[in-house]
Design a protein around this ligand. Structure first.
Ligand code: MN
Length: 286
């Protein structure tokens, strides 16, 4: 199923070009008082609610997808984990272009050596919002990535068992200011993490290691690749991440971007398509 959030916190199931409003199925999410849990409540409860959602869809009120404002499908991720240089050809282009590595040796090493990084949760937006260029004097790049949404608590999970911990998948943009600073700083500006257009439940994508995807800017293809070329695949990333962090339901893993990263400026439009997930279009504004 394709689970979306729209129009001010409503929850929908995307069916073709329509959204079935299944908000009522989520009315009984557990409530908490301070201090709140570190996981996303909707994602944590999803396994218990999918049967009710499935039976509610045929009679649910419907809107056209094109007529709703799609919000970030995971409202409260505990953390946003991201993989640097996780496609070989992207590592090659980083090593070749001074604009990308800025002489920082740590930007040119392989993922197993440099590890993963975190993006600030405050950078996260959904499809109805726009990326707002925060540092217009610097180069600001697009990075299209497969996003993994963690479904249950995971610690020291093996790669072979890892897909059992996945709630689903979305398209992510890991927007980036180029420069010499640490990745987490340059990639955590407000609006620099985009997730959408919805969460596709893992049962619809049993094998995430063969998904073609493409990013166009103003109609021109900039990145076109396949997740089969990931250096660390989804299972290995979960193994790697969970050997350092406990992963909670709703935690996001941005799996890394392929070659073709390039600048965007205010006025650009980014159109992404991803096998098994769908399409997402995002405006870039000043
Ligand atoms: Mn990235």
């Amino acid at each position: 199923m394709k689970i979306c959030r729209f129009d001010g916190g409503r929850i929908g199931c995307v069916d073709g070009d329509e959204v079935a409003d299944v908000t009522d199925c989520f009315a009984k999410l557990p409530s908490f008082s301070y201090p709140f849990p570190q996981h996303d409540l909707m994602v944590a409860e999803l396994p218990n609610l999918l049967a009710a959602v499935r039976s509610a869809v045929p009679s649910a009120p419907r809107r056209r997808v094109s007529e709703v404002k799609l919000e970030v499908p995971v409202a409260n991720p505990g953390k946003i984990i991201a993989a640097p240089v996780n496609y070989k050809k992207h590592l090659d282009e980083v090593r070749e272009q001074a604009d990308l590595h800025h002489g920082n040796e740590a930007h040119m090493r392989q993922i197993r050596e440099i590890g993963l990084f975190l993006k600030a949760n405050s950078s996260l937006i959904g499809p109805a919002e726009a990326v707002r260029i925060g540092m217009p004097d610097r180069r600001n790049d697009h990075e299209i990535e497969l996003a993994v949404v963690i479904g249950k608590t995971a610690k020291n999970v093996s790669a072979s068992d890892a897909l059992n911990y996945v709630a689903g998948y979305s398209i992510a943009f890991d927007m980036t200011v180029r420069g010499p600073e640490d990745r987490s700083f340059r990639k955590s500006l407000d609006t620099y993490s985009v997730l959408g257009p919805w969460l596709v439940t893992a049962d619809e994508i049993p094998d995430p290691s063969n998904l073609g995807f493409e990013l166009k800017v103003n109609g021109e293809t900039r990145q076109k690749a396949n997740t089969r070329d990931l250096v660390l695949g989804v299972g290995e990333l979960i193994e790697f991440a969970s050997s350092f962090y406990t992963l909670h339901p709703g935690d996001l893993i941005f799996t890394g971007t392929p070659e073709g990263v390039a600048p965007v400026v205010a006025g650009d439009r980014m159109d992404a398509t991803f096998d098994g997930i769908g399409a997402m279009s995002i405006e870039v504004l000043a």
